[in-house]
Design a protein around this ligand. Structure first.
Ligand code: PMP
Length: 407
């Protein structure tokens, strides 16, 4: 029996909202997923009952907040099957996690003449921090290309990786193409050449079970707001052996052991990388989001979203002049498309008038657009709370826009 979205939709009050007097159809889940009351209730509860700065107090409230945040760390550890809870660093999100690694790992391990590899289908967050590092260190950024279906040409790694390659950073799932990349194969190959790998799991933790130990990932990053959790909180998982070697990225409270004007010694993991007052209430909310997702089951979520993807793809393929960008064999519930003769902004704005929220533009993946020689796409991305009726509404909406443009 496949998952019944109606069982869960009442957990997300926003899904019952009207926009322009029409029922909201929310298909922008790859940008941000909605947040269930099971998570927002926890945020409100902590603000109303337990709020106090963590790790620093001896009093009841501070202990309650500290306990909540550290419990969330244990939940994340279990969620991704990290060997140690101190390998889980809380950050503001995927972008900050990657910047942390690019700066701190980069400081430690990358020198002039070295190489960093990213793929052609990365989000700007997994390109620009590495590009900045390479500029700083006079290192070279190399790119693993993808084919016209949107599948990584992993066979090219053989030539790309050299003895100067210091790290490879690649996404698990592409936010603009939906491709599910063979990350285990990539990690195994990179490791056979002694190259550590950072996995950008921003688009995968909400669809796929992740086991960092089985994957043998060296770093793995994700954001809370794409996992039905709060905004402004995310995770950096790193292997202890690297995190211990890496210098702190930001200085401030909490990341220190002892401070004098002559010298500062640093705190142990994970606090060495968590300078200043962390976003502890949203961290607790992220823990609640993980509880929520796990109670439904990621396998059930994934299977149902695959059903939505197949349903929507078949419908879209029946629309003349509609091209789907990203037709990989292994895909998640993201469809990027263009209808010939209709600008993506026009399509997005007209669908919006019908209450249908889709994303338009480059999706922060300009190199993907450059690959196809286009300026952007319309992207519909589905979550487990979406229904086939909503996909029917999108399909009817696209047909209506096509008629308006006489396409
Ligand atoms: N990587 C990927 C694959 C993404 O989809 C996103 C968000 N669109 C990011 C990185 C950046 O995430 P955030 O904005 O939450 O830091």
């Amino acid at each position: 029996m496949s998952l019944d979205p109606h069982k869960y939709r009442q957990d997300f009050p926003i899904l019952s909202e009207k926009v322009y007097g029409k029922s909201l159809v929310y298909f922008d889940n790859a940008a941000t997923t909605q947040t269930p009351t099971q998570v927002t209730d926890v945020l409100v509860e902590y603000y109303n009952k337990y709020n106090s700065n963590i790790h620093r107090g001896v009093h009841y409230l501070s202990n309650k907040s500290t306990e909540g945040a550290e419990n969330a760390r244990l939940k994340v550890q279990k969620f991704i099957n990290a060997a140690h809870s101190h390998e889980v660093i809380f950050t503001a999100g995927t972008t900050e996690s990657i910047n942390l690694v690019a700066n701190s790992f980069g400081e430690c391990y990358v020198s002039e003449g070295d190489e960093v590899i990213v793929s052609e289908m990365e989000h700007h967050s997994n390109i620009v921090p590495w590009q900045m590092l390479c500029q700083r260190k006079k290192a070279t950024l190399k790119v693993l290309p993808f084919n016209d279906k949107g599948e990584l040409m992993t066979e090219k790694l053989e030539d790309l990786i050299t003895d100067r390659t210091k790290i490879l950073a690649v996404n698990h799932i592409s936010n603009s193409l939906g491709t599910i990349n063979p990350i285990k194969e990539i990690i195994d190959f990179a490791h056979s050449k002694n190259v550590p790998v950072l996995i950008d799991a921003a688009q995968s933790v909400q669809h796929k079970k992740i086991d960092v130990q089985a994957l043998d990932a060296d770093f793995l990053v994700f954001s809370g707001h794409k996992l039905y959790g709060p905004t402004g909180v995310g995770v950096l998982y790193g292997k202890e052996k690297y995190l211990n070697e890496m210098p702190p990225w930001q200085g401030g409270g909490e990341m220190i052991k002892e401070v004098t004007f002559e010298k500062t010694t640093y705190n142990e993991l994970p606090f060495k990388f968590e300078a200043g007052t962390p976003n502890y209430i949203d961290t607790i909310g992220l823990g609640a989001a993980i509880d929520y997702v796990e109670a439904i089951g990621l396998d059930e979520i994934d299977a149902y979203e695959q059903e939505l993807l197949a349903y929507a793809t078949a419908k879209f393929e029946s629309i003349p002049n509609l091209r789907i960008y990203g037709t990989a064999k292994n895909k998640t519930s993201v469809i990027s498309f263009l209808v010939e003769g209709i600008h993506f902004y026009d399509m997005g704005m007209l669908l919006d008038q019908m209450g249908i929220a889709v994303r338009t533009g480059t999706h922060c993946t300009e190199p993907v657009m450059q690959h196809f020689g286009i300026d952007g796409t319309v992207r519909a991305s589905f979550a487990f709370y979406n229904t086939k009726e909503e996909i029917d509404a999108l399909f009817a909406g696209i047909e209506k826009v096509c008629k308006m443009f006489a396409v």
